[in-house]
Design a binder for this molecule. Structure first.
Ligand code: GLU
Length: 445
């Protein structure tokens, strides 16, 4: 059996950390199984869905390295949904109901007041043809409910284990609104059938939809796919992530300069039994992926942890992985430069500042003028290598008597303009004698 999964966002906004986790888990599983990922745009809400959001979703996924075999849009598939509706009407599984939202709310309140669960009472099933004709003559338009079979629905959730839901405790779900538009439930099932989806992997917030959807698959003559509901993300404060939190939008993380592999590594390892660690390729994440590793508890998405992971990842990235982006930033220096500075970067763009330290112009900070001038006088001739710094700093120590911080700090400030940074033994050969000499004399170079 070829595994076919889908990621089904609504193009009513950009992707955020929570959605991307769903996308990634689907992608990793498909890769692992040699299967295919379908990108399904759930754009039945014509008012809120936009082309710009659809593009943005593609862009965000591509940035993360998530590839899909095929893309479909629900807005182009209404004929399929209409056909499914006809089947359900014919088999008596879809019935018209005429209650207004206010009437339904009133029923709900009455049930709750009597200590009963607020389940739809199926009053509409008792309407005669005359009753319906009368309601329609008053201008009422029906919405359409799916008649649930009142039995226990069981599925082996890939993440949560055996799940039981008593369908008698659920209201018959509305599939079509009074204005003729579809709610998410039916189009999703029809598409899953039509596209041959073998595994539905989605967030826990959809567990409540699952029992009615399983009955829908069956009512449409199909075998339900395997289903897995992963844990959701909460913020560092333990609160559910809000879709409106722009700082967690993928485009925001990208604009902040985070690495796609840091975001992917983070999204794929938080809330699992694997340690949160940087992975330098998606294939490494594919190799790690197992449903059983997903925790049942909410996963904590902590921006600071992600940023630390980004720094760790940069530290581990080989030159080949960044060479193009460095040159796009106008940074040269080759592999030696990358190895010198990568351990000091929070984001890749920070390399620009270190490139200015290496290539100039940089205004030195002179803390101890005498020491710097003495140091300039004993600068060795080039060629320089990693041995130059220990030999030269020993010569400065001998010439001035300064040692420890009193020796190293003024030299670092003069050469780099900063108190902290990459090791000077790596930086010095990159800075070169002319520039080092000028800076020690207090000149911008
Ligand atoms: N469009 C739905 C959502 O984003 C898809 C849910 C599903 O995967 O079935 O929540």
């Amino acid at each position: 059996m070829t595994v076919i999964v889908r990621f089904a966002p609504s193009p009513t906004g950009r992707l955020h950390a929570g959605n991307i986790r769903t996308a990634l888990l689907n992608f990793l599983f498909a890769r692992k199984m040699g299967g295919r990922l379908i990108l399904r745009l759930d754009d039945t809400d014509r008012e809120r869905s936009t082309e710009a959001f659809a593009r943005g979703i593609e862009e965000d996924l591509s940035w993360l390295g998530i590839e899909w075999a095929k893309q479909v849009r629900q807005s182009a598939r209404f004929a399929l949904y209409d056909a499914a509706i006809e089947i359900l009407k014919k088999s008596g599984r879809l019935y018209p109901a005429y209650e207004t939202p206010e009437e339904l709310e009133l029923k709900r309140k009455r049930q709750l007041a009597r200590g009963k669960p607020p389940v739809y009472d199926r009053a509409a099933l008792k309407l005669s043809a005359d009753d319906k004709a009368k309601l329609e003559a008053e201008g009422r338009k029906p919405h359409w409910r799916f008649l649930l079979e009142q039995r226990d629905v069981v599925w082996e959730d890939l993440v949560r284990g055996t799940q039981h839901v008593d369908a008698a405790s659920l209201s018959d779900p509305v599939l079509v609104r009074a204005d003729g538009t579809y709610l998410y439930t039916l189009p999703s099932v029809v598409d899953d059938i039509d596209l041959g989806i073998t595994h539905v992997i989605r967030g826990e917030d959809h567990v409540a939809n699952t029992a009615p959807q399983i009955q829908l698959f069956e009512a449409l003559g199909a075998k339900p796919p395997a289903l897995g509901h992963h844990n959701l993300l909460v913020g560092a404060d333990g609160q559910a992530l809000s879709k409106r939190d722009r700082s967690l939008a993928i485009e925001g993380l990208r604009a902040d300069g985070l690495e796609p592999l840091a975001v992917a590594s983070y999204a794929a390892t938080i809330g699992t039994s694997d340690p949160v660690a940087p992975h330098t390729s998606l294939d490494e994440l594919v190799a790690l992926f197992v449903f059983a590793k997903l925790s049942r508890a909410p996963a904590r998405f902590d921006q600071n942890e992600l940023r630390l992971l980004n720094a760790k990842l940069l530290h581990a990235l080989p030159y080949a992985a960044v060479v193009e982006r460095l040159s796009a930033l106008g940074i040269g220096g080759g592999e030696a430069f990358w190895h010198a500075v990568r351990g000091n970067l929070a984001v890749l763009k920070d390399a620009e500042a270190w490139w200015r330290v290496v290539a100039g112009p940089l205004t030195p900070v002179i803390e101890n003028r005498e020491l710097c001038l003495a140091a300039a006088r004993v600068l060795p001739l080039e060629p320089w290598d990693e041995e130059t710094w220990p030999a030269w700093s020993a010569a400065v120590k001998a010439a001035t008597g300064a040692k420890g911080k009193a020796l190293f700090q003024p030299l670092r400030l003069a050469l780099t303009g900063a108190e902290h940074g990459p090791e000077l033994k790596h930086l010095l050969p990159l800075i070169g004698r002319d520039r080092a000499h000028a800076r020690l004399e207090g000149k911008t170079a």
